[in-house]
Design a protein around this ligand. Structure first.
Ligand SMILES: C[S@@+](CC[C@H](N)C(=O)[O-])C[C@H]1O[C@@H](n2cnc3c(N)ncnc32)[C@H](O)[C@@H]1O
Length: 242
């Protein structure tokens, strides 16, 4: 049963839909989610030896990192134990099982030491963070200087040719399919969280003021999804007043 306190987007909400999450994702994104995740993982480098997969969910990104980079190890962090458990069967290569640490935790309070990871990747997770500013500060803390941060996130196109149909799809079709297969409430949350997530340029500004240099932004499907590739700035973030 979902908890009475399963706040929108929280680990408790994802606990409640964990078993159906992969199926629903594949249906509602028409298979695009896999392609977008692969594109995100390709932004990492073989020299990234320790990679944080934050909001790791059912471990698709973690498994792809292990498959693609033979010398990298992964720290997968997510507050939803059931999402992490639902993905355990994907770790099929016995030789790589020792190269992943799966931890429960939140982005706002990462269970990791300062400068302990070479790169971090977040697929469809940032939208769910309860405090993005805290989470970005934590990411900056655990990433080594110049370490890479890759963020993949769904966004609601605000204008342009496909905006109206994308909105209709996200606001009506996704919650309907979600209600048929899983918990309607959880999938009604998707359009709300997409609508409240900042547009790409505003998110780039957030990343910049959190101490990341944004190197590249790629739009997929007329802006339904964005990929942000950043680097941790070496300089300390200055929070003094002018
Ligand atoms: C839409 S799923 C994405 C899962 C996975 N990365 C993927 O690509 O399918 C969002 C994930 O964010 C996690 N999450 C929610 N709140 C979080 C937080 N404060 N910190 C870290 N992860 C969080 C949820 O538990 C859930 O597994």
């Amino acid at each position: 049963m979902p908890s009475m306190h399963a706040d929108n987007g929280s680990g408790a909400m994802f606990d409640a839909i964990a078993k159906r999450y992969d199926l629903l994702n594949a249906i509602t994104s028409m298979g695009q989610d896999r392609r977008w995740r692969r594109q995100a993982v390709r932004q990492l480098r073989p020299s990234d030896r320790i990679v944080l997969d934050l909001a790791a969910g059912t471990l698709d990104v973690s498994v792809d990192i292990l498959r693609r980079f033979s010398r990298s190890s992964v720290v997968a962090v997510d507050p939803s134990r059931r999402m992490l458990l639902a993905g355990r069967h994907k770790l099929t290569d016995p030789a790589r099982r020792g190269d992943i640490a799966v931890l429960t935790g939140t982005a706002e309070c990462l269970p990791l030491a300062d400068s302990s990871v070479d790169a971090a990747i977040i697929a469809f997770g940032v939208r769910n963070f309860s405090n993005r500013a805290f989470a970005l500060a934590e990411l900056r803390r655990v990433l080594r200087p110049s370490g890479r941060l890759v963020i993949l996130e769904l966004t609601l196109p605000r204008d342009g040719f496909l905006a109206t149909s994308a909105r209709l799809y996200v606001h009506r079709v996704v919650p309907f399919i979600g209600g048929l297969i899983s918990r309607r409430g959880a999938y009604a949350y998707l359009p709300r969280s997409m609508a409240t997530f900042p547009c790409a340029s505003a998110f780039v500004a957030e990343l910049t003021s959190a101490g990341f240099a944004v190197e590249r932004v790629t739009r997929f499907m007329a802006g339904v999804c964005h990929l942000f590739v950043c680097r941790r700035d070496k300089e300390e973030v200055c929070c003094g007043s002018a």
